[in-house]
Design a protein around this ligand. Structure first.
Ligand SMILES: [Zn+2]
Length: 65
């Protein structure tokens, strides 16, 4: 059974392995996948969720805008 923990942003019970550790407003927070995508402009991700970041640089660059 997955262990549920509340999302630090919306409080939704989320399996721990799905919570993303991010920097939100300068503090460490764990966000559910939904918040991790909707709050993307507020969070700083200290590390990429996937290890193949160096190989592929998708068009998530901020210099688009
Ligand atoms: Zn959430």
């Amino acid at each position: 059974m997955a262990v549920l923990d509340p999302c630090d942003n919306c409080g939704r019970p989320t399996p721990i392995y799905r919570l993303a550790a991010v920097i939100l407003d300068g503090r460490v927070a764990r966000l559910c996948p939904l918040c991790a995508s909707t709050e993307r402009e507020r969070i700083e991700v200290p590390y990429a969720p996937r290890a193949d970041q160096g190989a592929i640089q998708p068009s998530t660059a901020r210099d688009v805008w």
